[in-house]
Design a protein around this ligand. Structure first.
Ligand SMILES: [Zn+2]
Length: 384
């Protein structure tokens, strides 16, 4: 809450490249008092410009949440201007000495809540517009991006209170970004701050790898717990959560398109993550110890991103791929439909990322041959 000092509120902002007290609140600080139409679109348009993404290609999910494809990855973005959160409207000395702006993780927003429950890769970004002669200086916009762990390990989520949660950036840090043109973290190290020229690099490097770490940590916890209590196949909620996170991880690593060559189907909502060596086969493999099981279940090399058709064919062992060159093997059941599925028998159809992937494919091949009554000859040819 704001502390009243007669009628004299004190506000702090970056004005003419200095942190200064001013007589009025930042024009974007309290959005509720602003009635300009499409106020948010200015920020979304600038944001797209900074990422070199066509504004018309974004998909709006709500007033401040939208999705866009950038560097081959579909990102969900929650974008809004940061506000003072009462902090820049005070007469307390310690707050005046180190004025801060508020970044809100909008757990209370229904759309946001839905996306989080789905374990989607979402960036919580606030933009700060400094002032020049008390006017908004859009050219010097600065972005603050919340660390993924802060979102996915927040108490609001783990305890399911769904209260909005705040993080803070010091104006000093924003000034440092503007003057030194570097990427910095806030004092609590729970968000990154950058200027508009570094936004692209920050998201595609640091934030992406932070997200992958966050997913790996959460997958590890889930899988470790399953194998301990052996409830994986009975707890559908946990299993679904695992599947969602595994898929998000593959989407971040491989992009937004079906991995079959010649298949152009893409987009977050159309792709499934298929395990090559199925999870239940790993869980029930008595020759493997727990750490190996965890590794194979979580390993992104043990997965492909496929459109629904190709996912089904692969999942039911109606097609497989040779472990050497990734040539497609087609069962009799679908042989007469290869045109519909854009498949040509024994043509390279998939990229094999590394040796681990080849090993998982050997398992899948064996199962494919068994189920389709095919034997592999010594010379590598297949026969009935
Ligand atoms: Zn496909």
């Amino acid at each position: 809450m704001a502390i009243k000092n007669g009628n004299n509120f004190r506000y702090n902002d970056i004005n003419n490249n200095e942190i200064r007290e001013s007589s009025s609140i930042h024009p974007l600080s309290d959005m509720k008092n602003i009635k300009l139409p499409n106020k948010n679109d200015i920020h979304i348009k600038n944001f797209c410009k900074d990422l070199n993404v066509n504004f018309n290609s974004i998909i709006k999910k709500s007033n401040k949440i939208f999705s866009l494809t950038f560097n081959n990855v579909d990102w969900m973005i929650s974008l809004e201007p940061c506000d003072g959160g009462g902090n820049d409207r005070t007469n307390k000395k310690e707050k005046m000495d180190n004025p801060r702006k508020k970044i809100e993780i909008p757990f209370a927003n229904n759309k946001f809540k839905e996306l989080i429950k789905n374990n989607e890769t979402i960036l919580v970004i606030n933009v700060y517009i400094p002032l020049k002669n008390e006017e908004l200086d859009y050219g010097n916009r600065v972005y603050a991006i919340v660390e993924p762990e802060e979102i996915y390990n927040s108490k609001s989520l783990t305890q399911e209170t769904w209260n909005s949660s705040s993080r803070w950036i010091e104006l000093k840090k924003i000034l440092q970004v503007l003057n030194e043109k570097i990427i910095v973290q806030n004092n609590s190290k729970n968000l990154f701050i950058c200027n508009r020229y570094d936004l692209k690099m920050l998201i595609s490097n640091e934030i992406k790898s932070k997200y992958l770490n966050c997913y790996n940590n959460n997958l590890l916890k889930l899988v470790d717990n399953w194998l301990e209590v052996k409830d994986m196949e009975n707890d559908l909620k946990k299993y679904q959560k695992f599947r969602n996170i595994f898929r998000e991880k593959l989407l971040l690593e491989r992009g937004w398109k079906c991995e079959i060559f010649n298949c152009e189907v893409g987009g977050k909502n159309l792709l499934n993550a298929s395990h090559i060596k199925p999870v239940h086969s790993i869980v029930h493999d008595t020759r493997m110890d727990k750490p190996h099981k965890i590794k194979e279940i979580m390993d992104s090399c043990n997965g492909f991103l496929f459109c629904p058709n190709h996912d089904r064919l692969f999942d039911r062992f109606l097609i497989s791929f040779t472990s050497g060159k990734g040539e497609v093997l087609i069962s009799d059941e679908v042989k007469h439909q290869t045109n519909y599925f854009n498949l040509i028998d024994m043509q390279q159809t998939i990229n094999i990322i590394d040796k681990n992937m080849s090993n998982y494919l050997i398992f899948h091949n064996d199962e494919f041959f068994k189920r389709n009554y095919i034997k592999e000859n010594q010379n590598g040819k297949f026969s009935k």
